[in-house]
Design a protein around this ligand. Structure first.
Ligand SMILES: Cc1ncc(COP(=O)(O)O)c(C=O)c1O
Length: 379
């Protein structure tokens, strides 16, 4: 889509900053909506079909998608449909852990992980930062084992694929996490909303699949079509519960919470899972090109280094010479909005996150504006 068309949008990405600022911050894509989703939403509007959600078909649609995509067999009876990924994390923590307990996360990580643990669930945070080796990020398995052994730790929120580094965690790490969690009775909440955007060269393993034969593991996986098909404003996520927690979640979840699911979110998610394959294939191929375009452009920029993302469309970039919050300098001086790295926790200082789910031309403009700020500070 052209910049002129995109500026007609009224979502957060396009309204947060003034119109001279080019937005490449929040995880919204600049692509045209998939035709099956357009059709589903248009039919609903034409029929004045705007009542409360009826989500009964979503678990089966997800199960069929997961089986075809990852050979992961989900029992639709273990799936609960909630409004979005973060309320799913919040509800899981509230109902599966005790007040006063601690929750492990891996900074740099998606900023709402911090606030959901502390301000929604009122639990304590226990940071186990990712390890960075030669620009590549991975889980610190030794530190995770230590943290899980702490009796105050009752849950772990895993980001898989990892936002913002784009890490696809190896199956053997996931399996080891499952074993450690089962040993120490830690509940694993696996946020896998970026999984259907695994890019060429990498292979995502669903956490519950990696953990399939680990006895007594308490875990949920959070899935959604929202990121992959760019429908986050429509509100429909799915919580896949391991058999060990399914009853407890079902008993404790207030029915009102399930009414926060959007009816349009249900309709769009059904269209995405059942008929969204061709659009997704094309979108993934565009993301693969943009990933290469951005990486190549930034390679030549002094003081700038980008982590190669294995999944999704978010690039984690270290920018030297612009202080602790390069995003602020870049926004003020270069008129391009990126996400501040420090929002992802202490390891994010001096970093920015760049969304590359856009056209080649807009991405080139993002790079050019970023480059001019970097060059001005280097001279
Ligand atoms: C890791 C992660 N979890 C959850 C979300 C929120 O997803 P949604 O609003 O679609 O539920 C995002 C959004 O970018 C995300 O990156």
């Amino acid at each position: 889509m052209s910049l002129e068309e995109l500026r007609r949008r009224s979502s957060a990405k396009w309204r947060t900053y003034p119109s001279d600022v080019l937005p490449a911050w929040v995880a919204e894509m600049d692509f045209t909506l998939a035709e099956p989703i357009v059709h589903a939403l248009r039919s609903a509007v034409d029929n004045s079909d705007t009542g409360y959600r009826w989500a009964d078909d979503v678990p089966t649609a997800l199960a069929e998608f997961a089986s075809a995509e990852w050979n992961w067999q989900i029992d639709p009876g273990n799936v609960t449909v909630l409004a979005d990924a973060m309320s799913s994390v919040g509800q899981s923590l509230l109902h599966l852990t005790d007040p006063g307990s601690s929750v492990v996360i891996n900074p740099p990580v998606y900023p709402p992980f911090f606030s959901t643990v502390e301000k929604v669930a009122f639990r304590h945070l226990r940071d186990v930062p990712l390890i960075v080796d030669d620009g590549r990020y991975r889980l610190d398995m030794d530190e995770l084992a230590d943290a899980f052994a702490d009796p105050s730790v009752q849950a772990y929120v895993l980001c898989s694929p990892h936002n913002p580094t784009g890490t696809i965690h190896p199956a053997e790490d996931l399996r080891r996490i499952a074993e450690l969690a089962a040993d120490h009775d830690v509940v694993v909440i696996a946020d896998e909303v970026h999984a259907p955007m695994t890019l060429a060269g990498a292979k995502h393993t669903p956490f519950l699949k990696a953990a399939a034969d680990v006895a007594d593991l308490r875990a949920v996986a959070i899935m959604s079509a929202s990121k992959t098909w760019n429908i986050p404003g429509l509100k429909c996520a799915q919580v896949v519960a391991a058999p060990t927690v399914v009853e407890r979640l079902r008993e404790r979840l207030p029915i009102e919470v399930t009414y926060l699911v959007g009816h349009f979110g249900v309709l769009a998610s059904l269209a995405a899972y059942r008929e969204g394959a061709a659009w997704r294939r094309e979108m993934l191929s565009a993301l693969d090109s943009r990933r290469r375009q951005l990486f190549t452009a930034l390679e030549d920029m002094a003081g700038v280094s980008m982590t190669w993302p294995e999944g999704s469309y978010l690039a984690w970039v270290r920018v030297a010479g612009l202080g602790d919050d390069p995003a602020e300098v870049i926004r003020e001086q270069g008129k391009v909005a990126l996400t501040s790295g420090s929002a992802f926790g202490a390891p994010g200082v001096g970093h920015v996150r760049v969304s590359f789910a856009t056209s080649e031309a807009i991405l080139a403009e993002v790079v050019s504006r970023l480059g001019s700020v970097v060059a001005a500070h280097a001279s």
